[in-house]
Design a protein around this ligand. Sequence first.
Ligand SMILES: Cc1cc2nc3c(=O)[nH]c(=O)nc-3n(C[C@H](O)[C@H](O)[C@H](O)COP(=O)(O)O)c2cc1C
Length: 277
Amino acid sequence: MTDERFRTIGATTYLCPTPTVLVGCAEQDGWKTGTGGANLVTVAWTGICCTKPPVLSISLRPERHSHGLILRSGEFTVNLVGEALLYAMDFCGVKSGREVDKFAALGLTAMRAEGLNTAPALMEAPAYLSCRVRQVLALGSHDLFLADIVEVCVNERYIRADGSLDETAMRLIAHVHGKYRVMGAEAGFFGFSVAGEKALRRRAPYLYPDGRPEADTSAGAGDAPRRKPAGGSAAGGLAGKPRRKAAQNAANHETDRKPRPGPAGKPLSGGKRGGKP
Ligand SMILES: Cc1cc2nc3c(=O)[nH]c(=O)nc-3n(C[C@H](O)[C@H](O)[C@H](O)COP(=O)(O)O)c2cc1C
């Protein structure tokens, strides 16, 4: 039974937000000696598929120039996109490497990617993941490339003194139904709904109106602004949650770990456009 408060918009790709990344690829490593051939393609259909081993996917239409390059080399890089690369990200999503050297046209720099032989990384990216293709699945309009993440490199500029990664400073771009959004302020962390007062004060000081990161928790601790949904929804209940399990889950999915040392019915208007990639 459908609910009249919702309108069907069809079986479309309305998953928001998705990342939008610049995928680096090349057929051969000639670009390292300045002969060109390195390419960048914008991809929004991408995601993490497995933690152990670390695997991600990108989906490419077979007609993309990059599709052939990646198929033949078996490698690519996923370069994260911050606001500074917004123009380049869009450009690389509307121009083909068959007609234009995108690195040269945009004044960007291809560099050797850690753990790979052929695919270049983008020097201007805040971080990149080196990926080796393990499987290609033909799905229809797109082929899904499943790839092992063999290394991840983060620009030193975004590594804090304590080794944690500063995604706020990266000003990452999200793809939302054919439009781009800059990621806003941090709003919580994995497991914050069951975290203790001390951890909340340390890791999410922005949740506290008094703004004191390491405030004295002995007095007035009851003012911790746990964000329970209004109306007493079951989703907001905090009491009696198994905290150890939550902490383990958080650790398994933690994103700001210290990096390892190393070199560095009636469709809504625009409903169809969201499926453009
Ligand atoms: C925001 C955005 C996201 C895109 N996502 C994808 C995608 O996930 N898969 C795909 O095949 N094409 C995607 N495209 C289109 C390609 O990036 C585009 O066709 C590009 O020009 C292909 O370059 P190439 O021929 O050098 O490979 C996207 C384009 C934009 C602007």
